[in-house]
Ligand binder design. Structure first.
Ligand code: HSE
Length: 285
């Protein structure tokens, strides 16, 4: 039997749409696997009632196929589905790491990223790796068609999760098909700033680099109260704020010692908009 803790993740980080990802110190899924002749899946924890246990429809089914590793799989969800915190990716990543160990398949962590991404495709329709990569590798990750690069960044964050669901499929429909040259230049500048900030674990640069003129403004419209939450976090001292993944979670980069104040401000702003929410004081790691 093998048990693996698979962290939640925040993809995109504003300027890095479908490229950047970060592992969060909390919340996390816990995946336990045991050898079996036939695969069965049991799901417990947050939002378990929304997750299919049929291997055909579950994110880990494709991972089992890819590794030829039938097993009894127990997923204890700490990461709520449809949250923007890489819920399906955490389960797929945890299963990939656990099954690789259980069956001694010998894949490196980097090689497991595209295998876990196949599981993502079952849920979102696209085998994007910007959530599975940080869940498997930890830290800050940059995923391109050539592979994944990671750096062991340490940056405090607040993630505020409103009590509404946004599906990744819906949130991908509002992504603009084109961007102007001005927006492209701004985005590249911000993304490069953020990447340097991660290499230095510098919250000011990370926050500044989260700004994104193309995708985030469209997705923010799907989140009631987003503008107020964004402004409240900045007023409380956040260095940058953006939509986490496809939303509805909102992520704020923070300086050390400031997370509690920022979390309270974000929760108040959601409450003003009549939205229940919970805040995680977390960090990249
Ligand atoms: N990069 C993906 C998106 C992540 O933003 O659609 C989804 O969690």
């Amino acid at each position: 039997m093998v048990t693996v803790r698979a962290p939640a993740t925040s993809a995109n980080l504003g300027s890095g749409f479908d490229v950047f990802g970060a592992a969060l110190s909390r919340p996390a899924d816990v995946v336990t696997v045991e050898r079996a002749d036939r695969t069965t899946i049991e799901v417990t924890g947050v939002g378990a009632q929304y997750i299919p246990e049929d291997p055909e429809g579950n994110t880990v089914g494709a991972v089992v196929e890819a590794l030829d590793a039938p097993a009894h799989i127990h997923i204890d969800k700490g990461v709520r589905p449809a949250s923007g915190l890489g819920s399906s990716a955490a389960s797929a990543a945890g299963a990939a790491v656990a099954l690789n160990r259980l069956y001694d398949r010998g894949y490196s962590r980097e090689e497991l990223v595209p295998i876990a991404a196949e599981g993502e495709a079952v849920v979102s329709g696209v085998a994007h790796s910007d959530n599975v990569a940080p869940s498997i590798l930890g830290g800050f990750t940059v995923t391109t068609t050539d592979g994944t690069h990671s750096v062991d960044a340490r940056v405090p964050l607040v993630v505020c999760l409103p009590d509404v669901a946004v599906s990744t499929r819906d949130a991908r429909r509002v992504v603009p098909e084109t961007a102007s040259m001005d927006d492209l230049v701004e985005t590249v500048g911000n993304a490069a700033t953020l990447a340097i900030g991660m290499c230095r674990s510098d919250p000011a640069l990370v926050g500044a680099g989260m700004s994104d003129p193309v995708v985030t403004p469209e997705r923010a419209r799907l989140i009631t109260g987003y503008d107020a939450v964004h402004d409240a976090a900045l007023a409380a001292g956040a260095t940058g704020v953006t939509v986490s993944g496809a939303g509805p979670a909102v992520v704020a980069a923070c300086r050390q010692g400031n997370r509690q104040r920022i979390a309270a401000a974000m929760l108040d702003a959601f409450a003003e908009a009549d939205i229940d929410a919970r805040a995680y004081q977390t960090r990249i790691g």
